[in-house]
Design a protein around this ligand. Structure first.
Ligand code: HEC
Length: 136
């Protein structure tokens, strides 16, 4: 009888550690570490001339809209979202795609966890996009 109880305790502990391990794996898979684009479908190549004035405006918005709270930009920023320091290196990044990502991330994937910014002005989405694209 005593052995039975011990066995049960053992298998319970085993099951619990399995659950913990699964949780840990799920958590690490869910936290993005570098700019990866596996959660998005396609992006078309960009062929635009960036405007210095818009880039400047985008830099301001990146702070005032708190993008920086979740995204690393250079040496500062949060780690909840992907690091955007070299976002402009991605040749597939373009204004239309970035605008959708900011306006309604769920349109790219239902699993996206970025908050939506539905109320910015069209020029502000553009400014943010150009700011990001200027970061090579
Ligand atoms: C609450 C945290 C959070 C805030 C605030 C936030 N983001 Fe994000 N962002 C994320 C996460 C998480 C992702 C990864 C995809 C997803 O889950 O939506 C992401 C993805 C992105 C991507 C796509 C990156 C890639 O690899 O293609 C861009 C671009 C982006 N964010 C820009 C912005 C901009 C610009 C702002 C501010 C207007 C902003 N984000 C505000 C969390 C955030």
């Amino acid at each position: 009888m005593r052995r039975m109880i011990r066995l049960r305790v053992k298998s319970l502990a085993f099951a619990l550690s399995g659950i913990a391990l699964f949780g840990l794996l799920a958590w690490s898979a869910a936290s993005p570490k570098k700019p990866v684009h596996h959660w998005v479908a396609k992006k078309k190549p960009a062929a635009v001339k960036l405007s210095p004035a818009l880039i400047k405006e985008g830099a301001k918005l990146f702070k005032t809209e708190r993008c920086i709270n979740c995204h690393m930009m250079g040496k500062t920023g949060g780690k909840f979202g992907p690091n955007l320091t070299h976002y402009g290196k991605d040749k597939n990044a373009n204004i239309a795609w970035i605008t959708v990502q900011i306006k309604n991330p769920a349109a790219h994937s239902k699993k996206n966890r970025m908050m939506a910014y539905p109320k910015l002005k069209p020029i502000q989405y553009k400014a943010l996009a150009e700011y990001l694209m200027s970061h090579k």
